[in-house]
Design a protein around this ligand. Sequence first.
Ligand SMILES: Cc1cc2nc3c(=O)[nH]c(=O)nc-3n(C[C@H](O)[C@H](O)[C@H](O)COP(=O)(O)OP(=O)(O)OC[C@H]3O[C@@H](n4cnc5c(N)ncnc54)[C@H](O)[C@@H]3O)c2cc1C
Length: 392
Amino acid sequence: MTVTDTRPARWSTADLDRAVQEVDAVTALHAADCDRDARFPEEALAALRSTGLLGLMVPAEYGGAGGGLADMAAVSSRLSRTCMSVGMIFTMHCQQVAAVVRDGGPLRDRLLPRVARGELYLASVTTEASTGGHLLSSGASLTGDASTLHVDRFAPVVTGGSFADGFLLTMQAPDATSPTQVSLVYADRDQLRVTVRGGWNPMGMRATHSAPLHLAGDVPAGQVVGVHGGFRDIAVRTFAPMAHIGWAACWLGTADGALSRTVTLLRAERRSRGLDSELLLRRLSRVRQRLDTVHALINHSVSVLEKTIDSTSASVQLLINAVKLTASEMCPAAVDELVDLLGMRHGYLRDSDLALERALRDLRSAPLNYSNDRLHAADGALVLMDREVRHV
Ligand SMILES: Cc1cc2nc3c(=O)[nH]c(=O)nc-3n(C[C@H](O)[C@H](O)[C@H](O)COP(=O)(O)OP(=O)(O)OC[C@H]3O[C@@H](n4cnc5c(N)ncnc54)[C@H](O)[C@@H]3O)c2cc1C
């Protein structure tokens, strides 16, 4: 008798590779003009939908690829080699999906099959004008009754907000007595009036089209992810690990791509350039050292998170924050060094095929995208709390 395995299949590495290659090929065609025009990469989003990659983090029983943190980091990094905006769009969507998977309750049945079918691209709405990047507080209150929640919120930076099919928003819980009682609410685009309130003309990350929005409308009361006022727990267990590792993977992929294009050029111009300059070799070594450090830190953190029971401990949070802090310093520094190494023509000019200046402009956002200053302040407090630090 044959026993049939009725469990839905997760994607194989080959499935994943094929999908990434397809998205990457489309991305490469449009990366330069999306950057020039600060245009959202609609073609790449269409490819993320059609290949099923948008459903990477959706468990197989909901029709998704059943991927984990390591898969998300690997795909984000690969996509960012060609265009960091596409990598970031993908990784931020994965972060939202992971929150629904873990804390979505009844929303899972409604949302996850749609994500797996490529119908639901999710945007993140956490930043506020009044609280800035302070993730764990909100100045905008949810109102409503037992059946309905009223959303009315200005969002100064929403990656892909004009193209998203749904939003996860942080707002003060109804009846909150403090701005830190924050809820995470899901809203479908067609449940809201979404008004674009400004343009997007940044130094880098231009293709993320992270323009300001005003979002207003009524959603059923059951569209809360987790419990009212419980966003802190989602932030610590899901958002912070997914964001810090996903972002770091994007920054690393961008710098890896810049290094590999540089090495390819150096090898091709070996005869005319000569590759025995001690300065050139030292620069290459320093770049590679930085990127290998970030790579090792990401891999180590992924393996710690895969094994850990309590991701809320001070030591795990410090490790996850260290990934963000280290990657956001070392990846821009690595590309900056490549610019020095190659000089004007291939390092600085915008029309060089090596696109180092785009990589450098994009990477300049890394320390700002959740401010390193804020993270260092939080880390200082965590160091004092960390029970694993003892006097011996
Ligand atoms: C490309 C890109 C895409 C983004 N996409 C989204 C998105 O989709 N959704 C979303 O909600 N947000 C998004 N953001 C916003 C991001 O998550 C941060 O909230 C934002 O970058 C922080 O902006 P800020 O520097 O103005 O604010 P703040 O974090 O408020 O920092 C402002 C400055 O004040 C200082 N500062 C403030 N408070 C402290 C403190 N306690 N300790 C030390 N220093 C402090 C810092 O030095 C910092 O330089 C995006 C940002 C970027 C760059």
